[in-house]
Design a binder for this molecule. Structure first.
Ligand code: GAL
Length: 837
């Protein structure tokens, strides 16, 4: 009976796609997504189009393809596309159609997550701020105004894709869509209205008739035929809600995002590969890396609050679009190994046999006789020697070996064959000659309006700016006791966030700020008041709107009070309800000082008299574009907090003063990973470097403008290029490689082969010297290798001979070429680091 219903469902799924599109080019069953009738193991990666420039897109997509991807996944960013109700924008970094067509041209598929809720550490989760002000609205629930707006935008996008013939059913690259995003947890919190909204969203999406399947991620009750999918660091234990749906992983987190004030997370390639192999061996057939290229939160697109400008994510392509090695290469090797198994993988479910207490074999057989096996060792601490089909295999801790013929290992998740790379930032422009302009603290004269009491910040600015001034006057009587040598009165300000600078009579008196975990803040400090009228000016700063959480649209920012002065003759003076004047944004913003035309509208100070270490200062300079194609970045470490623009375009918020606090101890790949396990940059700025896209520059006279809130030294700022400094190989003797397996499979050799150490600098670079080479038992990691007790004395000579002056080289891991075995009966490896120049 159950089986009959399942079969009926499969038939219905097939029928519904036939009916809606006529060609049924994308369908699915319990095993996999099928494209043109062919079940596929699909490897996908997230690249969010507005997080890079259109000029970068072709290269990013090509590198994704070279890395073994079949699919590019992206959200659609509503607030970028509809900045004002009914006014649409699809130009520049928001040219969605162009992006999708580039993916198509590269021969890859697209998974389009229409949302339109994105989350994604993106401002307001992708919702336009005006949406909050639609009368009667309540986000992401069974609410009429919200559903109407969501349907309108979703329909707009789907129709646009149809008009451009971008769905696979029309011959285009889009094979999958997503509606909503991780709504399951929210639904559980909301109860009945949440469930009703889920049903509505599913039906609304299905009724759009895209001709390709829809998914809902983290949504156990996704209505049929929508496929519910998994997001996480591991997803092997996930199963979809119906037996006829395939097991799909829409977000395999390659690392994690950085927040200002937090350390920079990273995820070891061995563990990422392990999690993917584990998912595939348990019958998974679609995996998407979130992120494959994280990129940059340009302008004010970062969410949070407190999400950093860099969205690097420790992804296989770094923020700048360069290969992150060894992660990119190790995953590429994994994808090739998986693809060799594809015929067996799509044929049926695996047979699982225990090989030990913590070891298992997953074996896939196809009708045509193909056999693929995954041998897993879940033990975090020790190697396992296992026997499988009368052969012996040695499995490193926390690893999976892949045997595409059920016999020979071509890949082990913990054995990296790909090279590692060390990047460097080389200064290319420095010694800028700066001009400065002092932004005024707000005063009554230029205040836009007054109100009794304190106003919420987002309601007041509508997020058109990070900045809102709150100012009020306090009159100090000459008889006040503190004036005669007592303690300063203490000003206490409670704010909903996110950062606050307090000015007394135009002088910065203190600064305080929250964090992603707790955006709220309290300022409480003695302040220097004088007899007569004193001006208290509070500059409240938002640092990105929240992107996740129950009804995040209702979360407040700004000085909500109470605000009080204590230590006066009358004790405590509550200022909360007195008259406050407000000014939205900065004077420099109103004058567009960041733009080419606006920057000439004020008198700038030049030379030695420019302001340094002064709060509220604008700086500008011009520079010529450095030659070459290497990506560029600004070192902002001598500055504190503010924003940077190049030729009028914002490269984002900087906050170098916010140092990363956390525990950056050593991190072992083996064992369960979470976003707090492997951290870097503790005690340093969470983000030091700020990406300057090459395409934003012209050959000469580029305008660089900075607004510094807090005080910094612009003379320390410089522009650097990012390039490869050195590359490393770290290979065990007898480490299996795909190339050797192919040699054996083709019958060219019938014995095990030794691997080679492959090293390759960037195009145009050459290997200029050997920093380290040792065949034996070397220790350490790329960048800090050292010799072990066993070392072949010819190690350096061999690398000198094979590699110097070459762009790339391959050195066989064979004792003979190193002058013989330096320590027989010991497992040896070859570690080398060569300098690229
Ligand atoms: C997921 C979410 C993504 C992103 C990610 C964290 O839960 O779906 O949009 O926010 O978390 O980077």
């Amino acid at each position: 009976m159950g089986l009959n219903i399942a079969i009926l469902h499969v038939i219905m799924v097939f029928l519904s796609s036939w009916v809606s599109c006529g060609t049924a080019s994308v369908s699915y069953d319990h095993k996999a997504i099928s494209v043109n009738g062919q079940r596929r193991i699909l490897i996908s990666g997230s690249i969010h189009y507005p997080r890079s420039t259109p000029e970068m897109w072709p290269d990013l997509i090509q590198k994704a393809k070279d890395g073994g991807l079949d699919v590019i996944q992206t959200y659609v960013f509503w607030n970028g596309h509809e900045p004002e109700p009914g006014k649409y924008y699809f130009g520049g970094r928001y040219d969605l159609v162009k992006f999708i067509k580039l993916v198509q041209q590269a021969g890859l598929y697209v998974h389009l997550r229409v949302g339109p809720y994105a989350c994604a550490e993106w401002n307001f989760g992708g919702f336009p701020v005006w949406l909050k002000y639609v009368p009667g609205i309540s986000f992401r629930t069974n609410n009429g105004p919200f559903k109407a707006a969501m349907q309108k935008f979703t329909t707009k996008i789907v129709n646009m894709m149809k008009a451009e013939r971008l769905y696979e059913s029309q011959g285009g690259p889009i094979i999958l869509s997503q509606i909503e995003n991780e709504y399951g947890p929210m639904e559980r919190e909301l109860g009945a209205p949440g469930r009703a909204y889920t049903k509505w969203a599913a039906k609304m999406a299905l009724d759009l008739g895209t001709g390709v399947p829809w998914v809902m991620c983290k949504q156990d009750d996704a209505p049929d035929p929508i496929i519910n999918t998994c997001n996480g660091f591991y997803c092997d234990n996930f199963s979809p809600n119906k037996a006829y749906k395939p097991k799909m992983w829409t977000e395999a987190w390659t690392g994690w995002f950085t927040e200002f004030g937090g350390p920079v997370p990273y995820r070891p390639a061995e563990d990422l590969a392990f999690s993917v192999a584990k998912f595939i061996q348990k019958g998974g057939s679609f995996i998407n890396y979130y992120m494959y290229h994280g990129g940059t939160n340009f302008g004010r697109t970062a969410g949070g609050p407190f999400i950093a400008t860099s969205y690097d994510y420790d992804a296989p392509l770094d923020e700048y679009g360069l290969l992150r090695q060894p992660k990119w290469g190790h995953l590429k090797d994994l994808h090739r190994a998986i693809k060799l198994c594809e015929p067996a993988l799509v044929s049926g479910d695996p047979t699982v046999t225990p090989l030990g207490n913590y070891q298992e074999a997953h074996v896939f057989n196809s009708k045509s006789g193909a056999c693929a096996a995954f041998l897993a060792n879940y033990n975090q601490h020790s190697f396992a020697k296992v026997s499988f089909r009368n052969m012996h295999y040695n499995l490193p801790p926390w690893s999976i070996s892949i045997l595409p013929d059920c016999k020979n290992t071509v890949y082990n998740t913990a054995r990296i064959g790909a090279q590692s790379a060390q990047m460097k930032m080389t200064p290319v422009s420095r010694g800028f000659s700066w001009q400065s302009y002092n932004e005024q603290t707000a005063s009554y004269e230029d205040n836009s309006f007054t109100a009794a009491g304190l106003l919420e910040q987002i309601n007041t600015t509508r997020d058109m700016t990070d900045y809102l001034w709150y100012s009020t006057d306090v009159k100090i009587d000459p008889r006040e006791g503190f004036l005669r040598g007592g303690k300063w009165p203490v000003l206490t300000v409670y704010s909903a966030g996110h950062a606050l600078h307090v000015f007394i009579n135009g002088q910065l008196s203190g600064t305080t700020y929250g964090s992603l975990e707790n955006p709220k803040l309290t300022f409480s400090q003695g302040v220097n008041l004088r007899v007569g009228v004193n001006k208290i000016s509070l500059l409240s700063i938002s640092v990105g709107l929240p992107n996740v959480g129950p009804h995040f649209e209702t979360w407040n920012a700004g000085v909500l009070g109470p605000v009080s002065l204590s230590g006066l003759n009358k004790g405590k003076w509550d200022l909360t309800w007195q008259k406050w004047s407000y000014k939205v944004g900065l004077k420099g913003e109103a004058l567009s000082l960041h733009s080419l035309s606006g920057s000439t509208s004020v008198e700038w100070v030049e030379g030695s008299s420019i302001s340094q270490r002064q709060p509220l200062t604008w700086y500008k300079t011009t520079f010529n574009a450095p030659g070459g194609n290497d990506p560029l970045a600004l070192d902002m470490n001598t500055m504190s907090k503010g924003q940077v623009w190049i030729n009028g375009q914002s490269i984002g918020r900087y906050w170098n003063q916010y140092k990363a606090s956390g525990n950056c101890g050593a991190c072992n790949y083996a064992g369960w990973f979470n976003e707090k396990k492997c951290l870097s940059k503790c005690g340093e700025a969470s983000q030091r470097w700020y990406h300057v896209p090459r395409s934003w520059l012209r050959p000469t006279g580029n305008l660089l403008v900075i607004f510094e809130e807090w005080g910094g030294n612009p003379n320390g700022i410089f522009l650097a290029k990012r390039e490869l400094a050195s590359v490393c190989a770290d290979i065990y003797e007898w480490q299996p490689t795909l190339m050797n397996w192919q040699m054996q499979a083709s019958g060219k050799v019938n014995r095990p082969l030794r691997p080679k150490a492959h090293l390759s600098c960037a195009p145009g670079q050459k290997i200029s010297s050997i920093k380290f080479a040792s065949f034996g038992t070397p220790q350490g990691i790329c960048g800090s290798f050292r010799e072990g007790s066993c070392h072949a004395h010819h190690s350096y000579d061999v690398f000198e001979k094979y590699c110097i002056g070459q762009q790339s080289c391959a050195v066989p891991v064979t004792p003979e070429i190193f002058g013989g075995d330096p320590c027989p009966n010991v497992m040896k490896k070859l570690s080398a680091e060569v300098i690229c120049g």
